[in-house]
Design a protein around this ligand. Structure first.
Ligand code: 13P
Length: 322
């Protein structure tokens, strides 16, 4: 997922920011000290311009610390489109995605169309994701689909714990956790969804709800597994409603999730985790949302069903990246 250029950036940033922070804290020798979770970079940016510290700003200074993570835009088609319209849509997307190397892009069609869509996009920049999975490897589980089957169809990603699965199908954090471990063991990349309802937000519970869901859904993961897991923050009240979280509302939660990941899995891992935002993402709000330091992509519902509404979101990410 990481290009060579991004890797070089990452190394450079780690050294530079460790040095900056350690000089600020009067600890110049201790370069290993964790300093920044990308949500708390302002102090370091300020430090680099503070003449009293006699520091030269890193050259070239990055516009965004997020450069160490690659943008990831995924379309969650939910239970929409039929076979012909699914295949037609990915052909339209592929026609326009030639120079999107700096952004990962995936489509997640209904499971019955994974085969046709997978065949249509094979060898292209588009990647395939599923919307759900069952944790068992095989057996008498009528109506379910296993990780091995999804791999067999060419899937790279699996969405887990989407709020619709939690609310309509009664999935719990424990269910999500069991599926998550199966997905990781199968070598697929999970997209774990978390987010509060409107009532929870209005009751001031956003942070505790999101932290609880995140902690319990991710229980038992190794640091290495965490680094490859994608999180999608999707406030339930913003899904399919046309009501988007403001960039600062979304950023606040994303930064808090990253802070939590730092506590649970270590700072270096937290820096690597891609955290998508989902909930009424559209062409006209994508740029502002994706410009936030801790928003690394989007999980798009309604706007992913048409090339003309999905492509501008990918293009917004490409522009920020350049
Ligand atoms: P909308 O973009 O339609 O609000 O859906 C978001 C979503 O649920 C993606 O998983």
């Amino acid at each position: 997922m990481q290009t060579e250029r991004e890797f070089v950036w990452q190394q450079r940033l780690c050294v530079t920011y460790s040095t900056l922070a350690n000089r600020m804290s009067g600890n110049p020798g201790q370069t290993e000290r964790p300093v920044d979770n990308f949500g708390n970079s302002n102090i370091l940016l300020k430090a680099s311009f503070n003449p009293a510290l006699n520091l030269r700003a890193p050259t070239p200074f990055p516009r965004k610390l997020r450069f160490v993570r690659k943008f990831f835009i995924a379309g969650n088609w939910k239970m929409n489109l039929l076979r012909d319209s699914s295949v037609a849509l990915v052909h339209q997307l592929m026609d326009q995605l030639h120079d999107s190397q700096d952004v990962d892009v995936a489509v997640c069609p209904p499971s019955v169309y994974l085969h046709d869509v997978g065949a249509a996009i094979r060898g292209s920049r588009l990647q395939l994701g599923a919307q759900n999975v069952y944790h068992a490897p095989d057996g008498a589980f009528t109506g379910e689909v296993s990780c091995t089957m999804l791999k067999d169809l060419g899937c790279s990603y699996v969405i887990l714990g989407h709020s619709e699965r939690r609310a309509i199908f009664g999935e719990t954090d424990r269910d999500v956790n069991v599926k998550l471990l199966a997905v990781l063991n199968a070598g697929l990349t999970p997209i774990v969804c978390v987010g509060e309802t409107l009532a929870q937000r209005e009751a001031g519970q956003t942070q505790s709800v999101v932290r609880d869901q995140t902690t319990h859904s991710l229980a038992g993961l190794t640091a290495e597994q965490m680094a490859t897991t994608v999180i999608a923050y999707e406030p339930v009240w913003a899904i399919g409603t046309g009501k988007t979280a403001t960039p600062s509302q979304a950023e606040e939660v994303h930064a808090d999730i990253r802070q939590l990941l730092g506590t649970l899995f270590g700072h270096a891992v937290a820096q690597k985790v891609v955290i998508q935002y989902g909930g009424s993402v559209k062409a006209d709000n994508a740029n502002e949302l994706l410009s936030q330091p801790n928003i690394d992509g989007a999980l798009v519902g309604g706007a992913s069903l048409k090339a003309e509404s999905f492509l501008p979101i990918v293009q917004a990410a490409m522009k920020i990246k350049k």
